[in-house]
Design a protein around this ligand. Structure first.
Ligand code: FAD
Length: 279
C-alpha cells in the first residue's frame, strides 16, 4: 500500500484465495473481530492505489527476477511437533483448529501456552462469542448498565464452556506471563471462567489412541483427550530468499518471514511501511 501511495507500480502475489495471511486466523478469535476491519481497510486502500493483486498466485523466482525491487513478506508456518505419534489423527495444527473448529473433539489438550495457545483455547471454549453483543458481554463480566447496583456491578454469569480444555507448556514459568500487559489478565480470567486448566513444566512424551502422554512434576500421566492442538510456535517461510539472492536480485525481507515473533502484526506493518518509504 505504501509503495503504491508513493507512485510505484506494485504487484502483490498471494498464494491463498484471499488477502490477509495470519490475520485470517486472528479475526476468527472471539474478541479479535476488529481484525476484519483492518483487512477491509487494506482491501479498500489497495484498490484505491491500484495495486495489482494476484490471488491464488504463488510467486516464483522466474517471475520475481523481472521486478526492480522484491519485498518478501511470506510470513510463517506452524511449527510441527516432533514426538512419537505426532501424526496421530487426533493431532491438529492451530491453523487447522481455527479453520475447522468442528473437527476438534470435546476434550482437548492445547500444546503451547503462548499468545496463539490462549487464542485457540478462547475459540474452543466459547459457545457463543459475546464480544459483539453488549448485553451478553455485560452479563458475562458482571456490568450493570442500569446502575441498579453499587458500582454498576452485578453478579457475573459465566457461560458454559463448549469444551474441556487443558493448556500445556514446557516452560516452568506462569502460563500467559508474556501476554500483553493491558489484555493478558482478561485472557487469563476468561479461560479460568470457562474452567480451562493450565499445566506448566510439561515434557511431551508421545501420542496414541489413549491420548497425550506427558511427564509433569516427575510423574508420567496420560491425558485422555479427543484432540490435541499444536500451538508450539512458528517458523519463518523464506524458501524464495536463497534462490533470489543467487539470481542477484535485491530482496528485502519483512514481518514473520524475517522473524517468527508470534503475535506482532504491528512490527510487520511498520517494517513494510519503512521499506516502502525508502524505495
Ligand atoms: C490466532 C492468531 C492470532 C493473532 N493475534 C494477533 C494479535 O492480536 N496482534 C498482533 O499483532 N498479531 C497477531 N497475530 C499475528 C499476526 O497475524 C502476524 O504477526 C502477521 O500476520 C504477520 O504478517 P506477515 O505479513 O509477516 O505474515 P503472514 O500473515 O504469515 O502472511 C504471509 C502471506 O504470504 C503468503 N505467501 C507465502 N509464500 C508465498 C509465495 N511464495 N507466493 C505468494 N504468497 C505467499 C501466505 O499465503 C500469507 O498470506 C495473530 C496470529 C494468529 C495466528
Amino acid at each position: 500500500m505504501t509503495a503504491a501511495q508513493r507512485g510505484h507500480q506494485v504487484v502483490l502475489f498471494e498464494r491463498q484465495a484471499e488477502l490477509g495471511g495470519q490475520f485470517n486466523y486472528a479475526r476468527k478469535i472471539p474478541g479479535k473481530e476488529e481484525f476484519n476491519e483492518t483487512l477491509r481497510y487494506y482491501r479498500v486502500m489497495l484498490e484505491k492505489y491500484a495495486v495489482d493483486i494476484r490471488l491464488n498466485s504463488k510467486a516464483s523466482v522466474e517471475e520475481l527476477v523481472t521486478f526492480d525491487e522484491v519485498v518478501l513478506a511470506t510470513g510463517v508456518q506452524p511449527r510441527q511437533l516432533a514426538i512419537p505419534g505426532a501424526d496421530h489423527p487426533s493431532v491438529l495444527s492451530y491453523a487447522e483448529a481455527i479453520r475447522e473448529p468442528q473437527r476438534v473433539g470435546h476434550k482437548v489438550a492445547v500444546i503451547g501456552s503462548g499468545g496463539i495457545g490462549f487464542d485457540v483455547a478462547e475459540l474452543l471454549v466459547n459457545q457463543v462469542p459475546t464480544a459483539l453483543d453488549i448485553n451478553a458481554w455485560c452479563d458475562e463480566w458482571g456490568v450493570d448498565l442500569e446502575i441498579n447496583q453499587a458500582g454498576g456491578l452485578k453478579a457475573p454469569q459465566h457461560p458454559a464452556s463448549a469444551r474441556e480444555v487443558v493448556m500445556l507448556q514446557r516452560k516452568t514459568s506462569k502460563p500467559g506471563k508474556n501476554l500483553g500487559k493491558t489484555t493478558g489478565w482478561v485472557h487469563r480470567a476468561s479461560l479460568k471462567q470457562h474452567g480451562v486448566t493450565m499445566l506448566a513444566g510439561c515434557e511431551y512424551l508421545q501420542i496414541d489412541d489413549q491420548g497425550l502422554h506427558i511427564r509433569h512434576q516427575d510423574t508420567v500421566q496420560v491425558l485422555a483427550v479427543d484432540s490435541i492442538v499444536v500451538c508450539a510456535g512458528q517458523e519463518s517461510v523464506r524458501d524464495l530468499l536463497g534462490p533470489l539472492e543467487k539470481a542477484g536480485i535485491r530482496v528485502q525481507i519483512i514481518g514473520g518471514a524475517e522473524e517468527a515473533a508470534e503475535l506482532d502484526a504491528k512490527r510487520a506493518i511498520e517494517q513494510g511501511t519503512q521499506v516502502a518509504a525508502a524505495l
